[in-house]
Design a protein around this ligand. Structure first.
Ligand SMILES: Cc1cc2nc3c(=O)[nH]c(=O)nc-3n(C[C@H](O)[C@H](O)[C@H](O)COP(=O)(O)OP(=O)(O)OC[C@H]3O[C@@H](n4cnc5c(N)ncnc54)[C@H](O)[C@@H]3O)c2cc1C
Ligand SMILES: NC(=O)c1ccc[n+]([C@@H]2O[C@H](COP(=O)([O-])OP(=O)(O)OC[C@H]3O[C@@H](n4cnc5c(N)ncnc54)[C@H](OP(=O)(O)O)[C@@H]3O)[C@@H](O)[C@H]2O)c1
Length: 446
């Protein structure tokens, strides 16, 4: 610190949105405390992006490292913010933080409330993704993946899960299920290439033929969707397994069946048709006919919701935001609000997947974080600047809330230890699987 008077902001969550928001705030003279649940920064860029995308992940890590080294950004990992967690929003206010930007991602689970969701062998994609990317708490949890797996959803997360099941678990069967049709899928060509060698193309064509009349009734072209899939085939990456991968359309899960030991024995689905909604969007409508799929594992890859334990008002699966924002950015609201008591909350802002759960790539979260920061900066312009002593006192007190709090020099030590371990094991990279191992390395006498 240099004796300059400045504003003081807490950014909650060090994924791409929070890290780029911190950069923007610090560049504009704000002192930021960047509080993160995980010891390591990066969020889903560290623990979501598929583990073998080494180049992409190390490029992102380098950018994050640079931002955390900026004066004006104080990183504190291993601190969870929320009601009944390490530190609450009110405690942050009492420490003197003038605004709080929530960039904690979408950590809540979006269940459909179906009978059988509690059976052994039913998982949410996020948990499995955290498991194979070695996020402490999930890395050592056991996942009972059987031989025949249904994955609900047709987005890129489904593709990542299919990739894991095909390449790592080498299961017999992966069935991806979509409630809508082949023209409404949300995955990208690039992600399809990773698993396409296992896709049963004849079965895919037959499935498109099965739903082609419904597609045509809405002006969709079945031939076009077939061509999309077939045209990517030449770029399909070689496979390591004989997993049979199929896609199924116009089906919604209604019940998961289990045996006396509580294990999954099947998935009951209902057929849908497609209708044009009043908003111009194509929607699934149930037909009432049901059938049972022979699977022993079910994974929901249908997106996530935000974490209610942060203690903020909710609207659906996200935090409620002010409909008439004081500081709109590109026409959007970044201001958390209580719909029952508008304008009660003035100092809490939201960005990234905490604002729009499960939406977009790293670049989208980065831009959203920066827009959230811009809204915070406008809010701060009406507040007094704090003295260096006030800022330092608040930042120093934060450290007491961790288990312990992990600061940037500690991260550097951890990173060096992981690199050393990777070298000695001859691996591309190595990650300690538990917080205890990481803390032991960080606190060891060097
Ligand atoms: C499986 C999967 C694969 C993906 N692959 C790609 C890809 O290949 N390429 C790409 O561009 N994008 C990919 N994405 C999308 C990308 O990861 C997201 O767009 C981006 O990470 C969202 O950023 P965020 O900062 O909003 O949230 P997150 O990345 O989720 O970060 C949230 C951060 O908040 C912290 N946190 C949570 N709760 C609290 C709390 N209570 N207190 C303090 N801290 C908290 C977490 O520890 C985390 O560090 C993928 C997403 C998923 C789910
Ligand atoms: N490699 C990558 O680049 C990568 C990897 C993973 C994730 N991501 C990104 O991360 C974001 C989130 O991905 P995502 O796959 O979780 O979300 P997504 O792209 O929105 O896909 C979610 C899927 O779940 C279905 N679904 C949602 N609610 C449902 C319900 N109630 N019942 C049945 N099906 C339901 C959706 O169907 P409807 O269309 O009918 O709603 C859709 O097929 C995306 O932006 C994605 O691109 C990128």
């Amino acid at each position: 610190m240099d004796g300059t008077r400045r504003h003081l902001v807490a950014v909650v969550g060090a994924g791409p949105a929070g890290i780029f928001a911190a950069k923007e705030l610090a560049a504009n003279g704000v002192q930021v405390a960047l509080l993160n649940r995980d010891i390591k920064p990066g969020g889903l860029a560290e623990y979501g992006i598929y583990f073998d995308k080494y180049r992409m992940k190390s490029g992102l890590r380098a950018q994050f490292r640079q931002i955390l080294a900026q004066p004006g950004v104080a990183y504190f990992g291993n601190i969870t913010v929320g009601e009944g967690r390490d530190i609450s929003l009110d405690e942050l206010r009492r420490l003197g933080f003038q605004a709080i930007l929530i960039t904690a991602g979408a950590q809540g689970t979006k269940w459909l409330g179906l009978p059988g969701e509690d059976l052994d062998g039913v998982y949410h994609a996020k948990d499995l993704v955290y498991h194979y990317n070695r996020l402490p708490g999930y890395s050592q949890r056991e996942f009972h993946i059987g031989k025949r797996v249904a994955v609900i959803g047709m987005g890129n997360v489904m593709m990542d899960i299919a990739h894991y099941l095909i390449s790592e678990k080498q299961v017999e069967e992966v069935m991806a299920l979509a409630r809508r049709g082949p023209a409404e899928v949300k995955f990208d060509r690039k992600e399809l290439e990773l698993v396409e060698a296992n896709l049963d193309l004849d079965a895919y064509d037959a499935e498109v033929d099965r739903v082609s009349n419904i597609m045509r009734s809405l002006g969709e072209d079945p031939q076009q969707v077939k061509e999309f899939i077939h045209s990517t085939m030449e770029k399909a990456l070689p496979t390591r397994s004989s997993t049979h991968f199929t896609m199924h359309f116009l089906v919604s899960p209604v019940r998961i069946l289990g045996d006396s030991r509580g294990r999954v024995t099947g998935l009951e689905v209902e057929d849908n048709t497609l209708v044009m909604g009043a908003d111009g969007e194509i929607k699934a409508r149930p037909l009432g006919t049901r059938r049972t799929l022979d699977v022993d594992t079910v994974v929901f890859a249908i997106g996530d919701r935000v974490d209610e334990a942060l203690g903020l008002p909710m609207e659906g699966s996200v935090f409620a935001v002010c409909r008439q924002p004081r500081f709109p950015q590109e026409g959007q609201s970044y201001e958390v609000d209580d719909p029952d008591d508008p304008c009660l909350i003035k100092d809490v802002f939201v960005a990234g997947w905490s604002r729009k759960a499960s939406t977009g790539l790293v670049g989208v979260a980065r831009k959203d974080g920066m827009l959230g920061a811009a809204a915070v900066l406008e809010y701060l312009s009406g507040l007094r600047l704090l003295s260096e002593a006030e800022v330092t006192a608040a930042i120093q007190k934060i450290e007491a809330y961790g288990k312990p709090a992990v600061t940037r020099p500690m991260l550097e030590k951890l990173e060096a230890a992981e690199q050393e371990r990777a070298r000695s094991l001859g691996l591309e990279e190595y990650k300690f699987a538990s917080n205890e191992e990481m803390i032991a390395v960080i606190t060891a006498e060097s």
